[in-house]
Ligand binder design. Structure first.
Ligand code: NBG
Length: 815
């Protein structure tokens, strides 16, 4: 544990203010105060950070295109255990810590569950004392900032690096790395053996920016290393002897500067055109190559035997974006280390593991061979050779041509990145039981039958420190009062809360805490959107990426139904509700954007209709992200997890809501299945098609949305509303949504599940009236959420994947 007295802190703070800004504290801006505080904390952990880096044991490297970190100040203070003294010290200096915490900008380094999971994993690796580090990209603008203009999503650049630098980062020019694109590759004889020569390449410098990842009340400080792409500096030591020469003309030099810097500008460039796709591929190779070279450099510094690599290093590929780790590691082992193919392959296959995060085919990356060949000539050769050898194996084993094609890495002029990952790694995991099962039995069936031992499940988790201890301090305090503090490190102990399930006094307290959190969110909504929402109404929340399979539309159609019912029967006994949405749509995803516009138009209609004034409100919160989630989730009564069964790999917001006492409205999809196993059907609200039914429709057809539309008048009414002018200010977007349901036969079975959803919603409303029953269910949900701590998930990754078979396992991290 680190300690710092109030007096010492004040001294450090003042001298940091002088050294950074040469000014007295009372003249500093909030941004400067924050920077000074971050500086003081970085000094405090510096020694440990250096010590953690002296790598003696096996290290894990987690490669991910996104790391959705959220604000760091509060969680760093919590993990270091120094918040009280610092709060007091600042107070004496006339500074309010909470104001500083709120003024920190969210880094725009991720989009959704995949990136947030990576951030939770970093937190957990450090907190269980595992030497696990992240590699990613330091995007200048990251993901866009969402604004609503006339109800439509507009994307504006998120200039999150307001001061040019990020508070927590340390730049290390001495560790920069050269990454090579394009050029000519050939073999040359060298002292009797063949050597790979790469000439005329375009050199890009990868500049590392390190962010400390601080473990919870332990000595561990790991590193998230993010690479920024730059033109090689003059003093850049690594040889660029064979590189293209860009000094011919001023214009050429400018183009070159653009080429290099473009790589780390934005997260997910729009891939609906060739240039956008090419840029993505560049990004992927850029950070993978820098990371793998970095690992190799460190490894060589220790003078370890290269054959020992799998015992010293675990490389994890988070979804397919970092798939090029495979050929890049092969390249180093073959071309630099001079190993034979078989040796290199053996090492690679025992070092790399892979997680699949979706069964949606659109997200399984494929790259045109021509693109890969031109951009990454040597890498392409290696992929081709892996594919050639793999095909020899497949053809010797299977007669079925379709099967062989399906499993090949290169097929139909495309490189299939998921196949590359599966073939080249020793472990392939899904992220919830149902998802892994679907991978094994459906999506990756051929691979599973070929090498079943590779496949395993690792159900996702969340950093309970951020999502409960820090985001919901009142609830966290109540839990500690009831069962003591041990649950903070051993979340399974939350189970002891069940002892209080019939204690009305405790249930009242739970109710009051939820109410207070709802007041905080209501205040935000009032301030931002001038909408009055009643904290006594049910807060019914759906926050996640906007995608048709997640079915924000199903939620909306139900809201419309409720609206009609109240209009038809003004005296109807309804439990007042506030429906809250938060979601970004990918810039090129037109239907998702139309759904946003439709929700906003319906919200305008309902919120301005005095006939439903005290009964119904709809709020779409702009620019949903981590900090907003920390405000919204503790205030939710209902967690909407209503994806088409089979489509949501796991979900993680479902876990965050549960841990904060919301009740789950769900299909039996993703990790909802496991939530149900834990709390029982009676403690959540289930509806909708089963996985078997969905698979059956997908295989055998037989679904007709138009039949449902004609037979169910209520459904017809709300679907017609989309196009008949009932919803003001909704034009072509309403038509697009209508078409997705009727003309294109409702790919995600929205209409099929609508009735059953309405039934479940009615039951939920009725239950909300019984305050103690509701709060008892809420308590049971909290009590059973401990298994969803990402500490549990990370220990499973350690035990079953990264450290399996390694003798030093026990020393590596505390269990
Ligand atoms: C998402 C899934 C979620 C899952 C997260 C984290 C992608 C590609 N996948 O269901 O949709 O919880 O990954 O595993 O973002």
């Amino acid at each position: 544990m680190i300690t710092i007295s109030k007096r010492k802190f004040k001294q450090n703070f003042e001298s940091k203010m002088y050294s950074l800004y040469a000014q007295p504290i009372n003249e500093a801006s909030d941004e400067q105060l924050l920077n000074v505080l971050a500086g003081v904390l970085k000094d405090l952990i510096a020694k440990r950070w250096v010590d953690t880096k002296i790598d003696k044991e096996k290290e894990v490297y987690y490669f991910s295109i996104e790391f959705l970190l959220g604000r760091q100040l509060k969680s760093n203070l919590l993990n270091l255990g120094v918040e009280n003294n610092i709060r007091e010290g600042l107070k004496e200096l006339g500074i309010n810590l909470d104001d500083l915490i709120k003024s920190e900008v969210d880094p725009a380094l991720g989009n959704g569950g995949l990136g947030r999971l990576a951030a939770c994993f970093l937190d957990s690796m450090a907190s269980v004392g595992m030497s696990g580090h992240g590699y990613g990209i330091r995007y200048k603008y990251g993901l866009f900032k969402q604004k609503f203009v006339n109800g439509c999503q507009v994307e504006v650049p998120d200039n999150w690096l307001t001061q040019g630098n990020y508070l927590w980062e340390v730049v290390r020019p001495n560790k920069a790395i050269l990454v090579k694109f394009e050029g000519d590759v050939y073999l040359e004889e060298h002292h009797g053996s063949l050597k790979v020569i790469h000439k005329n390449y375009i050199p890009v410098m990868a500049m590392p920016y390190d962010i400390p990842i601080i473990g919870y009340e332990n000595d561990c400080v790991n590193t998230l290393r993010l690479w920024k792409s730059e033109i090689p500096r003059r003093d850049f030591g690594q040889t660029t002897a064979n590189a293209r020469n860009y000094s011919a003309s001023y214009e050429e030099a400018l183009n070159y500067k653009y080429y290099t810097e473009e790589i780390s500008q934005v997260l997910y460039p729009n891939d609906s055109n060739y240039a956008g796709r090419l840029l993505r591929l560049k990004q992927e190779y850029f950070f993978v190559s820098a990371g793998i070279q970095d690992i190799y450099r460190k490894y060589k510094k220790h003078k370890f035997d290269i054959h020992e690599l799998p015992n010293k290093v675990a490389i994890h590929i988070n979804d397919t974006h970092p798939a090029l780790c495979v050929p890049e590691l092969m390249r180093i082992l073959l071309d630099i280390e001079g190993l034979s193919w078989d040796e290199a392959w053996d090492i690679t296959r025992n070092t790399i593991s892979y997680t699949n995060h979706t069964i949606m085919s659109e997200a399984m990356e494929k790259w045109p061979t021509e693109m890969v060949k031109k951009l990454l000539p040597r890498i392409y050769m290696i992929i081709e050779e892996i594919d050639r050898r793999y095909n020899l194996y497949l053809n010797s084993k299977y007669q079925n041509k379709d099967k062989v094609n399906n499993m090949s890495i290169i097929n139909n002029g495309m490189v299939n990145m998921a196949n590359l990952c599966i073939v080249s790694s020793y472990s392939v995991n899904g992220v919830a039981k149902l998802h892994t099962n679907l991978l094994e039995k459906e999506v990756l069936k051929d691979f599973y039958e070929d090498e079943p031992y590779k496949f395993n499940n690792k159900t996702n988790g969340i950093a309970h420190r951020r999502w409960l201890i820090s985001a919901n301090p009142q609830l966290s305090g109540l839990i500690t009062d009831l069962i003591g503090p041990d649950w903070k490190t051993e979340t399974f102990k939350l189970k002891e809360l069940e002892l209080y399930k019939n204690d009305n006094n405790v249930l009242d307290k739970l109710d009051n805490i939820k109410y207070d959190n709802k007041v905080l969110l209501s205040n935000y909504i009032k301030e931002k959107y001038s909408i009055d929402v009643d904290p006594n109404s049910i807060f019914d929340v759906q926050v996640k990426r906007l995608h048709a399979y997640k079915r924000q539309l199903l939620n909306l159609l139900n809201i419309m139904t409720l609206y009609h019912k109240i209009l038809e029967n003004p005296n109807m006994d309804v439990q007042p509700r506030t429906f809250i949405f938060g979601a970004k749509a990918a810039p090129g995803y037109y239907l998702a954007k139309c759904i946003i516009k439709t929700i906003n138009s319906v919200a305008d209609l309902i919120n301005n209709d005095i006939r439903v004034k005290d009964k119904l409100k709809v709020v779409f919160i702009e620019n949903y992200g981590v900090s907003l989630a920390e405000l919204i989730i503790p205030a939710a009564n209902v967690s909407e997890q209503i994806s088409t069964t089979t489509k949501e790999a796991s979900g993680t917001s479902n876990m965050k809501f549960m841990m904060n006492g919301a009740l789950t409205m769900a299909t039996l999809d993703g990790a909802n299945v496991e939530i149900c196993e834990l709390v029982g059907k009676e403690n959540m609200f289930l509806f909708g098609l089963t996985a078997e039914e969905v698979l059956n429709y997908n295989k055998n057809g037989g679904y007709s949305s138009i039949d449902l539309y004609h037979t169910n008048l209520r459904l017809k009414q709300v679907v017609d509303d989309l196009v008949n002018g009932f919803i003001p200010n909704l034009g072509k977007e309403g038509r697009e949504v209508y078409d997705s349901l009727i003309t294109y036969n409702d790919e995600y079975f929205v209409l099929r599940d609508a009735n059953d959803y309405e039934r479940a919603q009615r039951e939920l409303s009725a239950l909300y009236k019984k305050k103690y029953d509701w709060n008892r269910m809420s308590l049971i949900n909290i009590a059973n959420s401990g298994v969803f701590s990402s500490d549990r998930t990370i220990k499973e990754y350690g035990d079953d994947i990264w450290f399996k078979g390694c003798e030093k396992n026990e020393k590596m991290y505390k269990l």
